[in-house]
Design a protein around this ligand. Structure first.
Ligand SMILES: Nc1ncnc2c1ncn2[C@@H]1O[C@H](COP(=O)(O)OP(=O)(O)OP(=O)(O)O)[C@@H](O)[C@H]1O
Length: 697
């Protein structure tokens, strides 16, 4: 399977015999094949050029890169040629398949650390080579790490790679979104200053997490959300609790890769020296621990594909309505995925149209545990029950609204240039069954692969497949559904659509219900500072005290008071008449006063409780109101504050604010009286004691 430069691979389709399908990509199908003259098993990637008419440059680049590179950890093409409407790329057959397939069929919960270290070290070596030669891979992920049954590891798929020394048109390719969302570095998404090889280091870190968990972080979310989460959330990483089985050095290695500032990420060369890679073992170890006992790749592929197809049938009824939405998501999940804001809007609009199903998704820990893997494709996402539920649930609405809010926030740091670039929606093209190459379905006698029984066969994992999807299982027959043009290229200003959508959501009265989750669920890092401000509910030292101390802050509203602190109370009493200077009183009088003083104290306590309750209630109302007002003032949503409900809430809030203020005043008065009475009582008690003492004497 190693690249053999001396061997001349024939440049004609007739010299190859295609066997079973072993993989599928966006516009390509990969077959195990026999090179007849050389009697050698190879893999042939058949690209339908008619389907790739938008990306011929990408294909040319892939083939060019694949033939020029020369590194044991990079998949190099033997040769390539056209056959009818197709381009055939002949390459070494990696009979273990991709790491993604491997996990899907045998290790759905992820791999063990030594195996991960071994695989990643090999991938890193490939990256060192690529980066040193001025290439950025741009699509590092488990789906592109291929393994051979002898344990060799190769990084594949240069479909979206770019040369850092490119100029002109090719340089422009570094100013567009390429890659697969979950693995994509924030700077690639943002495109503020372009990006370099360090984008691969981010993807490498994500791949490490993918291998550790069996799926990439955020993989259960639709692309819009992945984009927002990557930009706004703290970088993902290995969790102290959840990932106890992994070493500190593994956690550290992942953390060094997943730093949002690309300048702070290590180079591939430096990363290779990280102590984590000392845990790496031999190729033989990989072969023994990962591949032994597995069914041949073609069988595993077939099995997974059948499972995905069954799932599609199972969910057809639910799914039908969401055809376009899911289709679009599916399209986006693949490599060379392109963001399209117009498309995102329509996706949000589609989500919004559904309602009524309770939100079960995000709070459900078991679902979290069985997060689906989107992998390099989104085939199962479009049909898994979870996905269907996602689009049907109230949480879908909620997420959509939240995402639109977030999108608005992100736009501040989101340059206009990429937004324009994004308008070219990735186009799947039309289905054309006639362009498929002819191939032989039977296994050849000359097949190099040993047929082994599979103790860890795909059957083991049937139950999980609902949640665990994979690009690998995309069926050409199923994936080629047409997207109507109006869905492919939606036009119209972003603002209007989002406003309409957000407004509808608000008019439905959903906002109140949305807020608590909206606030608790997010990790507001990044540009959305207004949210952090919103959540500030205590007085900071820098707080403006001109209006009095802020005792509560929600949104743009503040509840202020002259001074309600205990210290303030003491000060307040200082100017009041002191009981000590009053006329002499007998011990009997003091005793008579005691019960009424106790009563006042009791009342005071009860009133205090009432006020606390009212403050809490006012906080809730003001929090909601504050949020809505922020939405109302935002540029992108431009929600009008004039709805009746909002007015009602506003007057309620004002009323409550007044109540709170008067109650606070009342409380202060009572406290002052209380303090006075306490002082008088003390004086009387002292006087009483003195009198008693004198009497005794
Ligand atoms: N040489 C090979 N040997 C064995 N399997 C392969 C080989 N090349 C590719 N495959 C399988 O075929 C799948 C699709 O191939 P590839 O990634 O090149 O297509 P693609 O169109 O670029 O896909 P994607 O959009 O997911 O990146 C791979 O994920 C892998 O499982």
């Amino acid at each position: 399977m190693e690249h053999t430069p001396d061997k001349k691979f024939p440049l004609s389709a007739k010299d190859y015999k295609l066997y079973e399908e072993v993989g599928e990509g966006v516009s390509a199908t990969v077959y195990r094949a026999l090179c007849i003259p050389l009697n050698e098993i190879v893999a042939i990637k058949v690209l339908d050029l008619e389907k790739c008419n938008n990306d011929l440059d990408g294909i040319r680049r892939e083939v060019q890169t694949m033939s020029l590179i020369n590194h044991p950890n990079l998949l190099r093409a033997h040769c390539s040629f056209t056959a009818g409407h197709s381009l055939w790329v002949v390459m070494p057959y990696m009979d273990g398949g991709s790491c993604l397939h491997l996990m899907k069929s045998a290790y759905p919960e992820g791999l063990e650390e030594p195996a991960i270290a071994t695989l990643l070290r090999e991938v890193l070596k490939a990256l060192v080579y690529l980066h040193a030669h001025g290439h950025i891979h741009r699509d590092v992920k488990a789906g592109n790490i291929l393994i051979h049954s002898k344990g060799m590891v190769k990084l594949a798929d240069f479909g979206v790679s770019a040369c850092m020394f490119d100029t002109g048109d090719r340089q422009r390719s570094r100013n567009t979104f390429v890659g697969t969302p979950c693995w994509m570095a924030p700077e690639v998404m943002q495109q503020l200053h372009g990006y370099d090889f360090r984008a691969d280091i981010w993807s490498f870190g994500i791949t490490a997490l993918e291998l550790a968990h069996g799926h990439a972080p955020f993989s259960k979310y639709p692309p819009m959300k992945v984009l927002l989460m990557t930009l706004q959330n703290a970088p993902p990483g290995l969790d102290y609790e959840r990932d106890k089985r992994f070493s500190k050095s593994f956690k550290e290695m992942v953390a060094t890769c997943l730093v949002k500032d690309p300048k702070k990420r290590p180079t591939s060369e430096k990363l290779l020296k990280h102590s984590f890679f000392k845990h790496a073992r031999s190729a033989d170890y990989l072969a023994r621990t990962l591949l032994e006992g597995l069914a041949p790749l073609g069988e595993r592929f077939k099995m997974l594909k059948a499972q995905e197809a069954a799932l599609l049938v199972q969910n057809k009824a639910l799914y039908e309505d969401k055809e376009q939405l899911s289709q679009q998501e599916y399209i986006r999940g693949i490599s060379a995925w392109n963001f399209n804001l117009e498309d995102l809007k329509s996706q949000a609009a589609l989500i919004q149209e559904n309602d009524g199903v309770p939100n079960i998704e995000e709070s459900n820990a078991s679902i979290k545990q069985t997060e689906r893997h989107n992998g390099s494709g989104r085939f199962t996402e479009r049909m898994s029950p979870e996905m269907v539920n996602h689009s049907k649930t109230a949480s879908g609405q909620e997420d959509a609204l939240n995402d639109l809010h977030d999108l608005k926030g992100s736009l501040a740091s989101f340059p206009m240039k990429p937004l324009q670039a994004l308008k070219d929606c990735f186009d799947v093209g039309e289905d054309d069954a006639n362009t498929s190459p002819s191939w032989d379905d039977t296994r050849s006698d000359s097949d190099e692969l040993p047929t082994k029984s599979s103790p860890r066969s795909v059957h083991q994992d049937t139950g999980r497949k609902n949640d665990d999807d994979d690009g690998f299982a995309r069926s050409s027959s199923l994936s080629h559904q047409e997207i109507p043009n109006h869905k492919k290229f939606l036009s119209g200003p972003l603002k209007q659509d989002t406003v309409a959508f957000a407004k509808k959501m608000m008019d439905n009265g959903d906002r109140d219900h949305l807020q608590p989750k909206y606030q608790s669920e997010r990790n507001y890092s990044g540009p959305l500072l207004y949210r952090q401000r919103k959540e500030t509910n205590c007085l900071s030292p820098a707080e403006d005290t001109s209006e009095g101390a802020v005792i509560q802050r929600k949104g743009r509203f503040k509840v202020t008071s002259a001074d309600v602190s205990p210290k303030g109370m003491t000060n307040c009493s200082s100017g009041l008449p002191c009981g000590g200077s009053s006329s002499p009183m007998t011990s009997n009088l003091a005793a008579a006063l005691l019960p009424s003083l106790q009563c006042i104290l009791q009342q005071n306590i009860m009133q205090r409780e009432e006020i606390t309750k009212l403050i809490k209630y006012a906080e809730q109302i003001s929090g909601t109101q504050g949020d809505l007002t922020e939405v109302g003032t935002s540029n992108s949503l431009q929600v009008s504050c004039s709805s009746t409900r909002e007015k009602e809430l506003q007057s309620q809030f004002t009323h409550l604010q007044q109540c709170v203020t008067s109650l606070v005043e009342e409380l202060q008065n009572l406290k002052q009286k209380n303090a006075q009475l306490e002082k008088r009582l003390n004086t009387l008690t002292n006087r009483d004691k003195r009198i008693r003492g004198m009497t005794r004497a």
